[in-house]
Write a protein that binds this ligand. Structure first.
Ligand code: WT7
Length: 635
């Protein structure tokens, strides 16, 4: 039986056992039989959890774009690789064949080389969800440049911090982008960001909106004329298995964003394998993941995973609410989408609208539906399962992270029986464990603990760009010898996993990972603010929203509180992005602190939630009287 495609539950258990007992043999076979290599590996892996050192497919030579594009040309040259569905439904959708994709990526790769980009250089891509974004990413991979895609919703200072951190020499952006009713001014944000980014020498400009934008002489260049003059074939760079493929930033519970580094071969093998299995991908399927390519979900399951399998993948520029709340369902019908992969926050937002928006569409092309980004609550699970999946499409609740590169825990459709709110079982090769507070592994079932992974897998992030020490400390010290995910989980009586949420100071808002510390840092820059503490609280649509407890300086005391709150949110929006705005702001005279000066966030979380039943032990607080004051003035 094939190693690549899991056929039934018995096969799953067999493969799972093999992957644990003989991981080298397991991954060797998958890598060998399903990808094209310039040169195979000497050793499948060389790993050390203590030191956070991971090498996979040692000394193999490969280019991921040869696997995503070139190798399909003989059999699938005319097949559609990418369907582009524009924001405006009146604008025609674009079908880009594998042949066409090859030409576009080749041209872009040639342009990048002509413009001086070399293997190992970092290229920042700040683009809306248009085909050029996919082409730019693949062109970087083609020539061995390290792409660092930044979600086109981040503010200038967030963009600047990311560009500075990995010292990009080039930025690829556009004159703007469309999202629903809005036009976003990407170039303005880049211009502001680049004032503080001396390493950037060139900005390649894509035309999307035809807005007039200022062009800086000697730095900014329109891309189209360069592409028109470029050759439409390109010899791919020969990459080592462990050469960096991309950097993608994710929030930490403290400090600046972490540039997670993924390398070539392991990422390729794992995303290809998981795409095939988790979505039950078959030739002629039309796959649609609604994430943005600016997040890991888009990297792995809009681009790399589908293209590695020669699939047709949809790139959607718009939003679920434009022109109305049936847009998702309309697009599924229009393109006969077979697999649909979205986030619980989108499901909840759509579920609160009139049922007619979805019921008007038979959605009979759908085969599998998926969820990602945060725990999916029971109500949303059933709504999605009933009204979108028609109770006939398996719903795969996929748990994973930017750091893991690919899906880790998920049902396999038509194989693993699903259970509402459960991500269910680990994929082959993944060994989850639950740990207690004493750092012991919790055996048996019907238990909860901190979710760790005790054995490496091919697409584990290799480091945090420029800070390996931080990588080790963040993920490999809390539970020595294990990778700590930052999530809590429950294991039920049959061994299914349910992710219960973050156990650190990260809050997932509308599926976006936000560290509370950087938001607090932004707020504290306001001249009237002395100190602040941010916590998450449950929100019907966003999953979580942010609640800020803020202590004012004397200068702030006399100011109008509404105006202050507005200014503070503007500051957060400028520094991080609108997504990080606080839903609630409460001005307080103090924060509950332990004797060692640590804010007791669990009390603030309870107050934000409106749960005053039991604050637990507050005897270690320096100022227990503050709890009542904060509670009584909750907003
Ligand atoms: C965090 C990672 C990986 C895709 C997008 C998010 C939460 C992700 C699930 C799920 C419960 C989930 C976790 C995780 N999360 N998927 N199916 N059920 N929680 O990537 O931004 O790196 O965030 O998202 O808390 O640690 P990310």
């Amino acid at each position: 039986m094939s190693y690549y495609k899991i056929q039934n539950l018995e096969h799953y258990f067999k493969m799972y056992k093999k992957s644990v007992r003989e991981p080298k043999k397991f991954w060797d076979k998958i890598a060998d039989e399903n990808f094209v290599w310039y040169q195979k590996w000497d050793k499948v892996f060389d790993v050390n959890m203590q030191e956070a050192q991971f090498k996979w497919f040692l000394d193999a030579k490969v280019n991921i774009t040869k696997n995503c594009i070139d190798r399909h040309l003989a059999r699938r040259g005319d097949k559609t690789a990418i369907i582009f569905e524009p924001n405006n439904p009146e604008e025609e959708a674009l079908h880009i064949s594998y042949n066409e994709l090859y030409k576009r990526v080749s041209k872009m790769a040639n342009v990048l080389r002509e413009q001086g980009v070399k293997k190992g250089d970092r290229v920042c891509i700040y683009l809306p969800m248009i085909p050029e974004l996919a082409v730019a990413v693949l062109a970087c991979a083609r020539i061995g440049a390290i792409h660092s895609v930044i979600f086109a919703g981040f503010s200038a200072s967030a963009v600047a911090a990311r560009i500075q951190d990995c010292e990009c020499s080039m930025v690829i952006t556009s004159d703007g982008g469309y999202r629903g009713e809005k036009t976003i001014n990407l170039k303005g944000i880049i211009d502001e960001a680049l004032e503080k980014c001396p390493t950037v020498e060139k900005v390649l400009m894509v035309k999307r909106t035809h807005e007039t934008v200022p062009m800086k002489d000697g730095r900014d260049i329109w891309l189209q004329p360069l592409l028109d003059n470029a050759l439409d074939n390109n010899v791919a760079e020969i990459m080592d298995a462990e050469d960096p493929l991309f950097i993608l930033y994710t929030s930490g519970s403290t400090g600046k964003p972490k540039g997670m580094l993924h390398t070539t071969a392991g990422y390729m093998v794992y995303t290809g394998y998981t795409f095939k299995n988790v979505f039950n991908y078959e030739e002629n399927d039309i796959f649609w993941c609604t994430a943005d390519i600016g997040w890991i979900t888009g990297h792995s399951y809009i681009l790399y995973g589908p293209l590695l399998n020669g699939a047709t993948t949809v790139i959607f520029e718009g939003v679920p609410s434009y022109p109305d709340f049936s847009r998702f369902w309309e697009v599924i019908e229009k393109h006969n989408v077979t697999q649909f992969y979205t986030a619980p926050t989108a499901i909840r937002a759509l579920a609160k609208e009139n049922l007619d928006y979805v019921q008007r569409f038979p959605l009979s092309s759908l085969k599998v539906i998926g969820s990602v980004g945060e725990p999916i609550n029971e109500e949303a699970w059933h709504w999605y399962n009933d009204h979108v999946g028609g109770k006939r499409c398996p719903l795969v609740d996929t748990w994973w992270q930017t750091e893991t590169g690919g899906i880790m825990i998920s049902p396999i459709p038509f194989v693993t029986p699903t259970k509402p709110t459960y991500a269910s079982l680990p994929l082959p090769g993944i060994q989850p464990v639950l740990m207690d507070e004493l750092r012991n592994e919790i055996e048996g079932n019907q238990v909860t603990g901190s979710l760790c992974i005790k054995f490496p897998w091919p697409s584990i992030a290799r480091t945090i760009w420029g800070d390996h020490q931080r990588y080790k400390e963040t993920y490999f010290t809390a539970f020595p010898g294990k990778y700590f995910t930052g999530d809590g989980a429950l294991r039920d009586e049959v061994g299914y996993y349910r992710i219960t949420g973050r156990v650190d100071d990260v809050v997932i808002v509308s599926g976006h990972n936000l560290g509370t510390a950087p938001i607090e840092d932004a707020i504290n820059e306001h001249p009237a603010v002395a100190e602040s503490a941010i916590v998450g609280f449950p929100h019907d649509i966003k999953g979580n929203a942010l609640y800020g407890f803020i202590i004012l300086k004397e200068v702030g005391e006399s100011r109008d509180r509404n105006n202050l709150a507005k200014e503070i949110n503007q500051l957060v929006s400028d520094q991080i992005g609108p997504i990080a705005k606080l839903d609630k702001i409460q001005f307080v005279s103090g924060l509950p602190k332990t004797r060692s000066g640590k804010i007791m966030r669990r009390i603030l979380r309870k107050i934000a939630e409106g749960d005053f039943s039991n604050f637990g032990d507050i005897s270690t607080l320096l100022n227990p009287e503050i709890v009542d004051e904060i509670k009584d003035n909750r907003v």
